[in-house]
Every structure is written in structure tokens, then in C-alpha cells.
Design a binder for this molecule. Sequence first.
Ligand SMILES: NC(=O)c1ccc[n+]([C@@H]2O[C@H](COP(=O)([O-])OP(=O)(O)OC[C@H]3O[C@@H](n4cnc5c(N)ncnc54)[C@H](O)[C@@H]3O)[C@@H](O)[C@H]2O)c1
Ligand SMILES: CC(C)CCC[C@@H](C)[C@H]1CC[C@H]2[C@@H]3[C@H](O)C=C4C[C@@H](O)CC[C@]4(C)[C@H]3CC[C@]12C
Length: 375
Amino acid sequence: MASPEEAQDLVYLVTGGCGFLGEHVVRMLLQQEPRLYELRVFDLHLSPWLEELKTGPVQVTAIQGDVTQAHEVAAAVAGAHVVIHTAGLVDVFGRASPETIHEVNVQGTQNVIEACVQNGTQFLVYTSSMEVVGPNTKGHHFYRGNEDTPYEAVHKHPYPRSKALAEKLVLEANGRKVCGGLPLVTCALRPTGIYGEGHQIMRDFYHQGLRLGGRLFRAIPASVEHGRVYVGNVAWMHVLVARELQQRAALIGGQVYFCYDQSPYRSYEDFNMEFLGPCGVRLVGTHPLLPYWMLLILALFNALLQWLLRPLLLYAPLLNPYTLAIANTTFTVSTNKAQRHFGYEPLFSWEESRTRTIRWIQAMESASVAQLSRS
Ligand SMILES: NC(=O)c1ccc[n+]([C@@H]2O[C@H](COP(=O)([O-])OP(=O)(O)OC[C@H]3O[C@@H](n4cnc5c(N)ncnc54)[C@H](O)[C@@H]3O)[C@@H](O)[C@H]2O)c1
Ligand SMILES: CC(C)CCC[C@@H](C)[C@H]1CC[C@H]2[C@@H]3[C@H](O)C=C4C[C@@H](O)CC[C@]4(C)[C@H]3CC[C@]12C
């Protein structure tokens, strides 16, 4: 709620606002941005939950649109003060073609920038990714690194390549004059692996665990650390940086920030077990069940099968040479840049993030039991 001295006069646009992160950003803005007058939610696919948000004090406008269509983006941006651009094609499994990934992630971002310039919209926050830096496919570990840590980024895979190109576009656009003559102020947030309510891959692992009788088999050594961050904290960081960008343009404009919180450093699978464990799934083995070379053969076989089957059907398993390489390479961040530049502190403690994620998985379980008993 706005205090009397704070006028509710700002129009925000969230692209990709119906996605996993986008939904949390939308809800967080409604809870934490007192100056919000109108919230525009732009997405290729609009979700039904948007309807319930339309009854609140802030005007919520749902816009079905495609970021690759410049005119649709321009129409959505017209009159907005701030754009949070989270829309993107997140695909490391070979579901979409490299061309489509480029079109959505790079051309879509260019369209957002041009729409800001044309419409005189001054503030743009871009959801980038840790993948802009790494892990690289050479297996170089990034251990508790920060925004200034030197690292050999390798961008051969279409997804990280597209995120790196888009981030560059956003940062280079900082300072461009928008219509009316004021400077565009941009920054990029780089989440590590996001988890929390609505995380599709966590859902997949949970269901796979249930299918295997409550077991998952270790595939990655426990010693490989993988950076993870709770979705609520990533959303909070977006809301806060969007607000502070308007106050501290000279400091924040053109900067990148890793998204971080108090989530512990663990291997990808051990981290997932923090949630799946209390939901009845256990991880079998203290060492990977299959040696790395055997997993690599399976991953290469999956890639071959994907290519062979492509004319007939989409075969896109979790295991492929790229996902195997990144899951087996340590990538963790340790930084306080967001705290120094815009006063970020995680809104959710690790305990709360964990509890909320577990409750979400348990609710999924109850929903599927209820569905089974109805059918
Ligand atoms: N999930 C993660 O672990 C993670 C980590 C780092 C960065 N990111 C970044 O965060 C952002 C959101 O990711 P997410 O995990 O919520 O993915 P998501 O797929 O759940 O959400 C993306 C949203 O963008 C929308 N979208 C896709 N193509 C579009 C188009 N052409 N026009 C308009 N909307 C379109 C989708 O409909 C979806 O609602 C992405 O930019 C992604 O690169 C995600
Ligand atoms: C050996 C296998 C079975 C591996 C299974 C795990 C694999 C599917 C996981 C491991 C790491 C995950 C990625 C990582 O958390 C970070 C990101 C960055 C983000 O921008 C998009 C998602 C992505 C690529 C995660 C995808 C799933 C991965 C590869």
C-alpha cells in the first residue's frame, strides 16, 4: 500500500510475466512496489491466475504478445516507466532450434530495447543468466566467484550464446537517448540455477523419483558444487533493482549482478534432495552409480537419437553432452555487489525458501492423489 507521500504513478511492464520467474516477479511487484499504478504482464501464453490479480488496487493488464514481433513489444511498452524483461526461451535440451532461441532471446531483447528508445521508457532490467559466464564445457571450475572473477566463457551452445549476446545488447544500450532526450538506464541480473514453487525441472525429478519407487540414482559427484538461488529472492532482486535504478542510475546503469542468497553450496542432486528428501524420494549412492565415461556415452547416444528422430518426434531427455558437462562443473558465486550497490538483502532465509519449496511439492503430491481418486 502506498503511504500518503508516495504517489501511485508508475507503470511497469514485465515480459515473460507468466513464466516460472515472471510470475514471482509479478506477485512481488504487487506486494512490494508501493508506487505501482499499472502492471502490464506480457507473455506469449497468458496464465489463468492473472484473473485473480485483476481485482486488487493496482491495474493489472494482461497482454498476449510475442517479443519477436517488434510492433507488439512497442505497443506494450508505450507509456511504461520501467520494463523488466524476463521473457526468454530457456532450452538446453534441444527442444527448440538454435535459430528460434536466437530470435526470442536476442532479437526479442533488441525489440525491447528499441521499444524503450522509441517510447521514451528510461529504465530496463534484463534477466540474464549465470550461463553468460559459465560453467564452460572445458570443465573449468568457477568456485565462489564474483562479477569480477576472470573466467573463460565459452558460448558454443545456443542458449548461453543467446543470453550472452542479449546481455551485451542491454548493457551497450545503457546511456542511449530515449525519445524525449533522457538516457536509457539498463542493468542485467544473472541468476544461478533458480529453484522454488513452479520449477519445472524439480517437478520432473520428483515424478521420476516416484516412478522409480521413491529413488533417484546419483549421477554427479557430491563434490561438484552448483549455485542455486530461491525464486522469491530472484524476484525481490528484480523489484529492488528496478526501483533503485531510478534513484542511482549513475551507479547501477550498465552493471551486471549475480543473483544470490543463503542457499547452501551443494551438488545439483544433493541440493534437490533438500526438498525431495522430505517428500519421500531418496538419492541412492554416495558416488555416481555409473562412471563419467559411461554417462558421456549415454549422453552422446541421446544426442544422436534426438537428431535421428527429429523428423518424426521430439526426443529431448535431460541428459545430453551439454547438461552433463555443466552439471559436472562447479559453478558457485560469492558476492555482495547487489548489497553494496542497491541494498539487496535476501527477503527469504534459506529455511523459508526450503519450507516453501517443500510445501509446493507436497501440494503437487496431494493434488495428484486427489486426481487419481476422482478418476
Ligand atoms: N530457470 C532458471 O534456472 C534460470 C536461471 C537463470 C536465468 N534464467 C532466465 O530467467 C528468465 C525466465 O526463465 P524461467 O525459468 O522463468 O523460464 P520460463 O520458460 O518459465 O519463462 C519464460 C516465459 O517467457 C515467455 N516467452 C517465451 N517466449 C516468448 C516470446 N517469444 N514472447 C513473449 N513471451 C515469451 C514464456 O511463455 C514464459 O512464460 C529467462 O530469461 C531465463 O533465461 C532462468
Ligand atoms: C547428469 C544429468 C542427469 C544432469 C541433470 C541436471 C541438469 C538437467 C541440470 C544441471 C544444471 C542445470 C542448469 C543450471 O542450473 C543453470 C541453468 C541456467 C539457466 O539460465 C537455465 C537453466 C540452467 C541451464 C539449468 C538447466 C538444468 C541443468 C542443466
